[in-house]
Design a protein around this ligand. Structure first.
Ligand SMILES: Nc1ncnc2c1ncn2[C@@H]1O[C@H](COP(=O)(O)OP(=O)(O)OP(=O)(O)O)[C@@H](O)[C@H]1O
Length: 348
């Protein structure tokens, strides 16, 4: 647990996120999420004060810093040169929108497309657009493009309020050289291989989440795919205080419901329930891979208002953080051989 004061710099906050990028390249799924009431500083923390445009280096939030750090780490090991892809969605009123979608001719960007409908649950979910990026500059350009489409409306509490949950997912696929001696020692956890042992063998959690491995016929590791999810949650709010009515009230209601569903999932995980209600909201469905299993690391940043009048929301936020801290993931799995990023094997 770490507490930051109001004057703490963005650089200091990122200092606690930074080691997780090494974990990502070591074979863990990683999620960093900002939670808190509307106007408390989530978007500032995750993105910076002017996320759609350029801002001074010192103000940059976790997302641009993580992108820079990821490519810096990758450049330290040119022999592995992982492939990095990005998708970006927002959950708005319990519908998922693809913020990197292109039009039908796949040429024009800036078309916000629904990725999954809430009305027809039998319909196949359309996977969000996944774009490959070869540099931090490429990735940041894509993120700025996606942010142009994010739902934002003024409320009495915050005139630039984000009305959706933003999930930026970076998928890192690392090829491993199969003649390495360390590769021969790797064995994925029991029960996680879902394909017969013929080439290529692909391993992943039964739920469909978690890192994915590909092994050659001799059981040597060929490829590892992990994901980094950076989440700017929509602000929890009390409708009476934020003064919303009409469609905005509907937004508020969906925001509060999905945040409650996320808290329920954390509660079920912390109490080790047999059933975890991931399917109760689109948000928890999308974050499942980052919340379950010993292969995932989750960092929750609580943004708290210092004002007395927001004390109810503040206590709710602290309750959310307490649940997140109580989630024990059990044993972390044995890591795949590190190609040299060199972090110690820390518990999740
Ligand atoms: N640590 C900080 N230093 C300086 N300004 C900040 C800081 N945190 C937040 N702000 C400013 O406070 C305002 C509200 O912050 P922000 O937009 O990040 O809130 P939010 O929690 O994302 O709100 P919402 O949930 O309504 O979108 C913004 O103008 C932001 O630039």
């Amino acid at each position: 647990l770490r507490v930051y004061g109001p004057t703490e710099s963005q650089r200091v906050v990122f200092g606690d996120v930074c080691p997780l990028l090494t974990s990502l390249l070591d074979g863990y799924n990683v999620c960093v999420m900002a939670h808190g009431q509307t106007g408390s500083g989530k978007s500032y923390t995750m993105l910076g004060p002017h996320p759609r445009g350029k801002e001074p280096q010192s103000d940059l939030g976790i997302v641009p810093r993580a992108v820079e750090e990821l490519f810096r780490l990758i450049s330290e090991n040119p022999s592995t040169s992982p492939q990095v892809e990005i998708s970006m969605v927002e959950v708005y009123n319990n519908d998922i929108f693809d913020l990197l979608a292109k039009d039908s001719s796949a040429v024009v960007s800036g078309v916000k497309r629904e990725a999954m409908t809430a009305k027809d649950r039998r319909k196949e979910a359309t996977p969000p657009t996944c774009e490959a990026a070869s540099s931090a500059t490429d990735l940041l350009r894509l993120i700025r493009r996606g942010l142009q489409l994010r739902a934002q409306h003024p409320t009495q509490v915050h005139e630039d309020s984000s009305r959706s949950h933003l999930i930026v997912t970076m998928t890192v696929t690392t090829a491993h050289c199969s003649d390495s001696t360390t590769d021969q020692q790797f064995s994925p956890p029991l029960g996680e291989l879902v394909c017969p042992p013929h080439p290529p063998v692909v391993g992943r959690r039964r739920s469909g989440s978690g890192p994915v491995w590909a092994l050659d016929p001799a059981g040597r590791l060929q490829q590892v795919r992990t994901q980094l999810q950076l989440v700017d949650l929509a602000g929890s709010e009390c409708a009476g205080v934020s003064g919303v009515t009409g469609p905005a009230l509907r937004e508020t209601s969906w925001i509060n419901r999905s945040l409650a569903a996320l808290a329920d999932v954390l509660g079920a995980l912390s109490e080790r329930h047999g059933h975890v209600p991931y399917r109760n909201s689109k948000l928890t469905h999308l974050l499942r891979g980052s919340l379950e299993g010993g292969d995932a690391k989750l960092l929750v940043i609580l943004c708290i208002s210092p004002s007395q009048k927001h004390v109810v929301q503040t206590l709710q936020g602290l309750g959310f953080g307490t649940r997140a801290r109580q989630v024990e993931r059990g044993q972390t799995r044995r890591q795949p051989p590190s190609p040299g990023w060199g972090s110690p094997n820390r518990p999740g």
